[in-house]
Design a protein around this ligand. Structure first.
Ligand SMILES: Cc1cc2nc3c(=O)[nH]c(=O)nc-3n(C[C@H](O)[C@H](O)[C@H](O)COP(=O)(O)O)c2cc1C
Length: 217
């Protein structure tokens, strides 16, 4: 048996043992991450530690992506200097939301994510070639998986006790020019992070129901 076979066997045993526990999320966890969690627009004057941001990322990184691509890249905008650079790109209504948040994450994706494939997807040594000379495939995969990772990021933030406010109301071109000029990174959306001032939220808006959205065939 090769080393990789042994690692696969070990993974299967661990997965079977985990599955046999028959876990489901408890009510409080579902409330924290989905059903009671709200999008927030105002923030308490309370800092977010570096340790919390690292804990957030260490959860978010475990969400699945195709070929384990992991194209998401993140800039945590925390200092006044960095916020000054971000502000001009934002729609007016979003500026105070960003300014009052202790941290605003720029969720970006790397069009050259495929450079990491030998490391993150060793089962297919030729995987890089799929994207290296195919800008469309690189863009589609970077955006798809980078967006998925952005969603995992928001839910992971809630899991570590942070409040979250996503924002796409900004000029992506301006953010790219200011933060990613001359790189293969592109901005996707922003996430305000912190401890919310709950007086700033609005009523919950309706979600589409199962029968509108889902079909079983
Ligand atoms: C990717 C993304 C972009 C968003 N962009 C904005 C925005 O630019 N400005 C804003 O005020 N809210 C923005 N929102 C907030 C949404 O309107 C809000 O999450 C949605 O209405 C659900 O609210 P709830 O979580 O409180 O139910 C955005 C949310 C997400 C996830």
């Amino acid at each position: 048996m090769t080393d990789t076979d042994a690692l696969d066997q070990e993974a299967r045993s661990a997965a079977a043992a985990f599955q046999s526990r028959g876990l489901t999320a408890d009510q409080a966890t579902l409330q924290l991450i989905f059903t009671q969690a709200r999008t927030h627009y105002g923030w308490q004057d309370r800092d977010v530690s570096e340790e919390t941001l690292r804990a957030l990322y260490d959860i978010a990184k475990m969400g699945p992506t195709s070929m384990n691509q992991q194209p998401m890249r993140v800039i945590f905008v925390r200092s006044d200097v960095a916020k000054d650079r971000l502000e001009p790109a934002l729609f007016d209504a979003n500026r105070p939301k960003m300014r009052s948040a202790p941290v605003t994450a720029i969720i970006a994706y790397d069009l050259n994510f495929w450079e990491e494939l030998p490391h993150v997807f060793p089962p297919n040594p030729g995987a890089q070639d799929i994207f290296k000379n195919n800008a469309t495939a690189a863009q589609v995969n970077a955006f798809r998986n980078g967006t998925l990772q952005g969603a995992y990021f928001m839910l992971a933030a809630r899991a570590v006790g942070l409040d979250v406010g996503g924002m796409s109301g900004f000029d992506n071109g301006k953010v790219d020019e200011e933060f990613f000029h001359g790189t293969s990174l592109k901005s996707n959306f922003l996430v305000n992070l912190g401890y919310a001032d709950t007086s700033k939220i609005f009523r919950r808006l309706p979600r589409l129901d199962f029968d509108t959205v889902c079909e079983t065939i």
